[in-house]
Design a protein around this ligand. Structure first.
Ligand code: ATP
Length: 269
């Protein structure tokens, strides 16, 4: 055994209703949900089972959330790991971790494996300093062989996420591996409004709060930013002993966040 288990197994209670916007992505993933709910129905007729799905999009746009929602909708266990964790701690264990992860998921099938930051192990081979046989490449090779080694009836769907599809080893994208891509884009203002709506479900809002105005005034913000905005607004309101969150709190939270975003931009120049 390779020491500590690094992946996590959870029962997801997230549903598609928790994922705002991303209608097309949800639509495309519905098929996976149906397969996981009733795998026999598909395999019995010899249908080709979806195996690997790559979620592609910028950070904080809801890729992990979406994968959890697929597990939640299907009612199957969710095994997740960030690909950087495969290799960060000890040298020489990445490949065996991949093996462990797939083995556990197969035992609990139907199930979902989610690999975040796929590019951390999935960069094109031969581009590392290790010269073709380093830790990362061994881990990647193991991952490829696990994907190929599924028996055709295995009821495991492997989802992964990246914001750098351009650097991925093309071997990962071949048929039978991550051969489906689902785009998870930054939200437009309508989607931002829906995201704000989801994240204010449990927040007492004052009458004057107009989420559309906030949504229109936050171009470039992703779902994670908007979640922080709501949280920040609630903290500002609490500090003022306000009975609820009003438009002024939302606006100030927005300004504060936008300032942070600008500072980051300046520092990175
Ligand atoms: P990363 O690439 O950094 O892992 P990600 O795309 O996986 O980012 P998530 O971790 O899913 O992003 O998003 C972070 C949090 O932001 C989510 O837990 C959720 O609360 C919020 N969020 C992001 N996108 C959405 C969305 N479309 N609807 C509702 N909430 C969202």
């Amino acid at each position: 055994k390779s020491g500590a288990r690094l992946y996590s197994r959870e029962t997801s209670s997230v549903t598609f209703a928790d994922v705002a916007g991303l209608e097309e992505a949800k639509q495309e993933l519905t098929e996976i949900v149906e397969f996981l709910r009733n795998p026999k129905k598909f395999t019995r007729l010899g249908g080709k089972v979806p195996r690997g799905v790559l979620l592609v999009g910028p950070p904080g746009t809801g890729k992990t959330l979406l994968a959890r929602a697929v597990a939640g909708e299907a009612g199957v266990p969710f095994y997740s790991i960030s690909a950087s964790q495969f290799i960060e701690m000890f040298v020489g264990v990445g490949a065996s971790r991949v093996r462990d992860l797939f083995e556990s998921a197969k035992k609990s099938a139907p199930s979902i494996i989610f690999i975040d930051e796929l590019d951390a192990v999935g960069r094109a081979r031969g581009t590392g300093l290790g010269g073709g046989n380093d830790e990362r490449e061994q881990t990647l090779n193991q991952l490829l062989s696990e994907l190929d080694g599924f028996d055709p009836h295995a009821e495991v769907v492997v989802m992964s996420a990246t914001n750098r599809p351009d650097v991925l080893d093309t071997a990962l994208l071949r048929p039978g591996r991550f051969d489906r891509q689902v785009v998870v884009d930054r939200p437009d203002w309508r989607a931002r409004e829906q995201i704000l709506r989801v994240h204010t479900r449990q927040v007492p809002l004052a009458e004057d709060v107009d989420l559309m105005v906030i949504a229109r005034g936050t171009p470039g913000m992703c779902g994670a930013d908007l979640e922080s905005l709501v949280n920040e607004a609630a903290l500002i309101a609490a500090r003022e002993n306000s009975p609820n969150v009003a438009m002024t709190h939302m606006e100030r939270a927005k300004d504060r966040l936008l300032m942070g975003v600008e500072r980051k931009l300046v520092l990175s120049e």
